[in-house]
Design a binder for this molecule. Structure first.
Ligand code: HEM
Length: 129
């Protein structure tokens, strides 16, 4: 069952498992971190460089720095986990039949895993020098 709580005390009472409570906490922490990561990312891709400056070469130069690779990877990881868990809450709320829920969940998780793997491999296998 999805936890519907505003406070930690309520969340603890509603959580059937430790994992569910940890996901509830993760959603709050990752949501907060993502606000800054995404704003920073949008700032760097829109304000610091104009749209016409965001060329292949500019991205190559930026990703030559491991710190920016890590920044992008953190953005990728937290976005995927936060978004996927949020969608899992919705799936659990709306797909009521157990077999259907298993299908929808597993297909969804598989797609997410493939996207995450491609993002990670793309980011780290990439080395311009
Ligand atoms: C419309 C606004 C956006 C533009 C123009 C944009 C542009 C870019 C560009 C040029 C890159 C290449 C690497 C770099 O410059 O760091 C990139 C990577 C990335 N962006 Fe965005 N972005 C936008 C919005 C977002 C948002 C809202 C998110 C997440 C919620 C996001 C997540 C990512 C991730 C995870 C990567 C790294 C992907 C990888 O290499 O695996 N972006 N983006």
């Amino acid at each position: 069952m999805t936890i519907r709580a505003r406070t930690m005390t309520d969340a603890k009472q509603q959580a059937h498992t430790n994992a569910e409570l940890n996901w509830w906490i993760f959603m709050r922490v990752s949501g907060l971190i993502l606000i800054f990561l995404v704003l920073g990312h949008i700032y760097m891709t829109f304000v610091q460089v104009s749209e016409s400056d965001a060329t292949f070469d500019a991205v190559v130069n930026k990703l030559a720095n491991p710190a920016w690779k890590f920044y992008d990877w953190l953005l990728l990881t937290l976005t995927m986990l936060h978004g996927t868990n949020g969608a899992r809450y919705s799936i659990d709320d709306y797909v009521r039949s157990r077999p259907n829920r298993a299908w929808v969940r597993n297909t969804f998780f598989t797609v997410v895993a493939v996207i995450f793997a491609l993002g990670t491999v793309g980011l780290f296998s990439f080395n311009p020098y």
